[in-house]
Write a protein that binds this ligand. Structure first.
Ligand SMILES: NC(=O)c1ccc[n+]([C@@H]2O[C@H](COP(=O)([O-])OP(=O)(O)OC[C@H]3O[C@@H](n4cnc5c(N)ncnc54)[C@H](O)[C@@H]3O)[C@@H](O)[C@H]2O)c1
Length: 304
């Protein structure tokens, strides 16, 4: 298959590119390198350094004739989406429409797209499933969810198939310590420097941490299945930030004490997500335990 991965020089996109190439697919990347890194780019992928909003984007589609687009490029910062909602909407909505119009014009059969747990707000019940009511608390949640509707409309109008994944907190090698859900990246850097990271609030807030290689595998399943549906990609395991801190102490043989800071406004208290739907549809389940994933992640930051 010929596949375009937008954002393929970023954290999650680069792992998807590696897996697609490992499976024998031909992969191109469109990334403006605003948050991507050259070192993440697989040497067997063709990189186009371009903004997804660029009106010249169609030339790449015309030339390459993609079967599938896996659209990972996005403005991913929640605070930026609050400070500059125009830029957030411009990249995440208008940029995506630029891609969808190219897909329509040049016969792309399918789009794979990541939404986010940010669309649920404070959960009304746990674990969160795909039918959970939406309650966005920031522009980022709104723009990520808006695209879910556009994908459905492009399928109904033009027959372009889609799969939407709602990722939990993705972690793993190559994650930027400033990104969405970057707590594992921040803890990795801090523990390896033998410095205690801050914990906001009492540390009893919980999250669902899914390893990036498991996320990439879900994106491979979507190449030939999971059509026109929304799926959580998660672990169904609730981990508190205090638990995470203790696991880091154990895995790095440290004995650090957390430094607690005031709770951040708008932070969600408890969250984890069921992956039952995708598991029933194709057998996907997370293969990495948290400790296995953290071991690989810490080894990556150590080697940097
Ligand atoms: N990391 C998470 O826990 C998480 C959770 C839910 C959803 N997501 C989604 O997964 C996707 C990948 O996120 P990530 O964590 O790998 O982020 P990332 O910032 O590492 O990757 C995004 C990539 O997109 C590129 N990009 C940004 N704006 C662009 C533009 N206008 N034109 C071209 N390229 C552009 C960046 O340079 C970067 O390489 C995003 O769509 C994000 O919303 C991530």
């Amino acid at each position: 298959m010929k596949i375009l991965v937008t954002g393929g020089a970023g954290f999650i996109g680069s792992h998807i590119v590696d897996l697609y190439i490992g499976l024998g697919h031909e992969v191109c990347i469109v990334d403006d390198m605003s948050h991507g890194k050259e070192e993440n780019v697989n040497s067997n992928a063709k990189l186009y350094k371009l903004d997804i909003r660029d009106k010249e984007l169609y030339k790449i589609f015309q030339e390459e004739k993609f079967d599938v687009v896996c659209h990972q490029a996005a403005q991913i910062s929640v605070p930026h989406s609050i400070d500059d909602p125009f830029l957030d909407a411009d990249i995440n909505v208008m940029g995506t429409l630029n891609i969808l119009e190219c897909c329509k014009k040049y016969g792309v059969k399918k789009v794979i797209y990541p939404a986010s747990a940010a669309i649920f707000g404070e959960p009304q019940y746990l674990p969160v499933d795909e039918k959970h009511p939406l309650n966005m608390q920031c522009g980022y949640g709104v723009t990520k969810h808006t695209v879910e509707h556009y994908l459905d409309v492009y399928y109904k109008l033009f027959g372009i198939k889609y799969t939407v994944f709602r990722y939990a907190n993705v972690y793993g090698p190559r994650q930027d310590a400033t990104g969405e859900g970057g707590v594992v990246a921040i803890f990795s850097e801090k523990f390896l420097a033998n410095e205690a990271p801050y914990i906001f609030g009492d540390g009893e807030q919980t999250r669902d941490f899914v390893y990036v290689k498991d996320v990439a595998k879900a994106n491979a399943e979507a190449l030939e299945g999971l059509d026109n549906e929304i799926f959580n990609v998660s672990t169904n395991v609730e981990v508190s930030v205090n638990d995470l801190f203790n696991i880091f102490n154990e895995l790095t043989s440290s004995n650090l004490e957390p430094v607690y800071k005031e709770e951040r406004a708008g932070d969600i208290k408890y969250s984890y997500m069921t992956y039952e739907k995708i598991s029933k549809a194709c057998g996907w389940k997370p293969e990495y335990s948290l400790k296995e994933g953290l071991d690989e992640t810490i080894a990556f930051y150590k080697s940097k």
